[in-house]
Every structure is written in structure tokens, then in C-alpha cells.
Design a protein around this ligand. Structure first.
Ligand SMILES: Nc1nc2c(ncn2[C@@H]2O[C@H](COP(=O)(O)OP(=O)(O)OP(=O)(O)O)[C@@H](O)[C@H]2O)c(=O)[nH]1
Ligand SMILES: [Mg+2]
Length: 196
């Protein structure tokens, strides 16, 4: 699937910064360093559309990327490293929590999990939160290139046995090889209600 245009639009630090044009939005959630920004770059086939870093906690705002003038991908701050007080459930931050709960344009959420270790306790808390909320979500297992096929099969068996994946949509993905890109894009377009 070819993306004709992908552009950075705004780095939102509060509600007032969010776009008002009504385009559908799909948000990317996951702990710091899991590969949210890298996934955006791979989907758009752009090397440095979204800033990536080996230093966790790089993305601290809601970063909006407009895809094909049809929808926004919203890169959320990675949890686990967000500065914030104890009142912030899931350590997401007030802006992110309010966004996830109330943003009308938000159609779906992609929850990223490291294929090697995840889900962590915070990932599990986030998955529980997503299950309780009405918007559709997809779990994307990132950095698949760091596992052999056999290691991934073993991981899937473990996840299946633990019941974490029961009834949930998931997709293996690698920003390095591009595995899972087509499927992720199809899911995003479908949930956004944008025709291909
Ligand atoms: N091998 C491999 N490395 C990856 C993959 N995705 C991301 N990385 C690396 O993981 C590190 C973190 O990636 P980012 O995309 O910046 O992670 P992030 O989730 O946006 O992190 P924050 O913005 O801090 O929340 C970088 O060094 C990436 O190059 C992948 O699929 N495979
Ligand atoms: Mg990032």
C-alpha cells in the first residue's frame, strides 16, 4: 500500500493545540522506547518523519502526522517515563488520559508491545483500560526482527497460555523489515472509515 503524503502537523501540549478539522485519528500507545515513532516512519515509508531515539521518553507531546490528507496518526508520549504526579492514572499524563477518554475524532488505538519481553505490568494495565473503553484497539508486537521465528512461536504460545491475547486483535510487526506494515495500514484505514 502506497502512502502519497505524510506530514508532521503539530506537537500538542494541551487541548487547545489539537486539530479542529475533524479528520479521524488513530493513536499509538505504548511504553517509552517500544517503537511508536519508528512504526509511524515505517508506515509512511519515511526515514525521519517522526523523531526516534534510543533514549526513552523522547516523545512528550501528542505528535500529529497527517496521512494522505485523510487521517491523523497520533504519536502519544510513552508511558513509564512521563513526568507526572501520583494522581495520573497509568502515568499517562492528564493530556493523554483526557485525550483517550474524550477525543471524539479518536477512532482507534494501536497498543505497542515489545515482542521480546512484553506485556509489562503497565502494558497489562493499559490493555485492561482499553478493554473497558469502547474504542477498538489492536495490539502490535514490535521489534519482531530481534526474534527468530522459533522464539516468536514460543512467545505466542506463552501469551496464548497466559490468556492475555484471548479475543483480542494482534499483529506482529518490525519497523526494520516492514513485516506487518500492510496489515497495520489496512486496519488503520478500516477503523478510520477511510476508503482505500
Ligand atoms: N530492531 C528494531 N529496532 C526498533 C524497531 N522499532 C524501533 N526500534 C528502535 O527502538 C528505539 C526506540 O524507538 P522509537 O520509535 O523512538 O520508540 P518510541 O516508542 O517512539 O519511544 P518514545 O518516543 O520515547 O516513547 C530506537 O533505537 C529504534 O531504532 C524495530 O521494529 N526493530
Ligand atoms: Mg517516540
Amino acid at each position: 500500500m502506497h502512502i502519497r503524503s505524510a506530514e508532521f502537523v503539530v506537537s500538542a501540549v494541551d487541548q487547545g493545540d489539537l486539530p479542529a478539522d475533524g479528520l479521524p485519528e488513530v493513536a499509538l500507545a505504548g511504553r517509552s522506547n517500544v517503537g511508536k515513532s519508528s512504526l509511524i516512519n515505517r508506515l509512511a515509508q519515511r526515514r525521519s518523519l517522526a523523531r526516534t531515539s534510543s533514549t526513552p521518553g523522547k516523545t512528550q507531546q501528542l505528535n500529529y502526522y497527517r496521512i494522505d490528507s485523510a487521517l491523523y496518526l497520533v504519536d502519544l508520549p510513552g508511558y513509564g517515563f512521563v513526568k507526572g504526579g501520583v494522581e495520573l492514572r497509568l502515568k499517562l499524563g492528564r493530556l493523554v488520559q483526557g485525550y483517550l477518554e474524550r477525543r471524539a475524532e479518536l477512532r482507534a488505538i494501536i497498543q505497542l508491545i515489545d515482542a521480546r519481553h512484553g506485556p509489562t505490568d503497565l502494558d497489562l494495565a493499559m490493555i485492561d483500560w482499553l478493554k473497558e473503553h469502547p474504542k477498538p484497539f489492536l495490539m502490535v508486537f514490535t521489534k519482531l526482527d530481534k526474534l527468530s521465528r522459533q522464539q516468536w512461536r514460543t512467545r505466542l504460545d506463552q501469551l496464548g497460555a497466559s490468556g492475555v491475547l484471548a479475543g483480542l486483535a494482534y499483529l506482529p510487526f518490525s519497523a526494520v523489515t516492514g513485516e506487518g506494515r500492510e496489515e497495520a495500514l489496512e486496519w488503520i484505514y478500516q477503523e478510520s472509515g477511510v476508503s482505500l
